[in-house]
Write a protein that binds this ligand. Structure first.
Ligand code: C5P
Length: 302
């Protein structure tokens, strides 16, 4: 995520911030066990990619306002961006005294309920942007801890672009980005609820309540050679048309073709931009899929 802070001629931070929120893909996703609290422990390798939503944050005297452009997601208190702003205003306000309000504009480009972490990234970007707009000076660690209250995928966005993620999603081990190139993303235009996918998986798998003592990360070479996602079988079974899209991505030269998160977005790696571009053109011609070409992010986005 790139943060642009406009400054006035006096050099003081202005009252207006623009911030880009990137999508993520899961290069590896293993569900380890079902926990007593209903969540699942997992082990995932997450990677940010350059498909972005755009947020602008504007100081206002009080209250939190949200306008969403490019999507029908609600703009009320149920929106994760709204919830993130409200939570930070409350938490930081307890220490700092009453904080001003904010008017947020969210331009959606990342598809919703797609397995790309768009809503989580938007909420993380909101916390990072507000930390600067309100001059709170919180560390990313502290923001990430607060963010974990809002959703399992949020903490990763404070430590990207590449990280092993475990626990419910709150344990993050950042690593150096280990491959460069391009990701082609293909989405059939349907949304899939994460909770539903986990529920189906629980029925299918003999998941123990006890966490195994040792969870060994596969090597990065293994992940590239043999990408894996436990949630894929559930979503592919519910939407078998996805299997054909997987085959097409493979036939067009995509490597590591896999579903991201709980889906339904499928992605493929390409080392050459031209091959990735041709794949996008070919898929768009043949089908009504939404297709994007996004660079693998190799630098921390903030
Ligand atoms: O944390 P988040 O609100 O994104 O999770 C959505 C749903 O996905 C949860 O309510 C839960 O059913 C499921 N989930 C899970 N284990 C995780 C993450 C999510 O069971 N680690």
């Amino acid at each position: 995520m790139t943060v642009r802070i406009r400054t006035d001629p006096t050099g003081l931070p202005a009252d207006n911030i623009s911030i880009k929120a990137p999508a993520k893909v899961n290069l590896y996703l293993k569900i380890v066990n079902k926990r007593g609290d209903g969540y699942h422990n997992l082990l995932s390798l997450m990677q940010m990619v350059g498909l972005y939503d755009l947020l602008t944050l504007e100081k206002r005297p009080s209250g939190i306002g949200l306008e969403v452009i490019g999507s029908t997601v609600p703009n009320d208190g149920s929106n994760l961006v709204h919830r993130a702003a409200t939570l930070l205003q409350k938490e930081a306000g307890l220490v700092r005294g009453e904080l001003p309000g904010v008017q947020i504009t969210l331009l959606k480009k990342i598809p919703v309920a797609a397995g790309l972490g768009g809503g989580s990234s938007d909420a993380a970007a909101t916390l990072i942007g507000l930390n600067r707009l309100w001059s709170l000076d919180w560390s990313f660690e502290r923001l990430a801890d607060l963010a974990a209250e809002l959703g399992s995928d949020l903490p990763f966005f404070f430590y990207g672009p590449t990280a092993w993620v475990s626990g419910r999603g709150e344990k993050i081990e950042p690593i150096h980005p280990f491959f460069k190139g391009w990701i082609v993303l293909a989405n059939p235009g349907i949304g899939v609820a994460t909770a539903w996918v986990y529920e189906q998986l629980s029925k299918k798998m003999e998941l123990t309540k006890e966490a195994p003592n040792i969870t060994i990360n596969p090597s990065l070479e293994e992940v590239l050679r043999q990408p894996y996602n436990d949630l894929e079988k559930v979503t592919l079974e519910a939407f078998p048309d996805l299997i054909q899209i997987k085959r097409e991505l493979q036939a067009l030269g995509g490597e590591g073709v896999l579903m991201s998160g709980s889906g339904p977005t499928l992605f493929a790696r390409f080392s050459k931009h031209e091959a990735a571009r041709k794949t996008v053109v070919s898929l768009k011609k043949k089908s009504s899929l939404q297709v994007w070409l996004a660079p693998v992010l190799t630098r921390p986005p903030f």
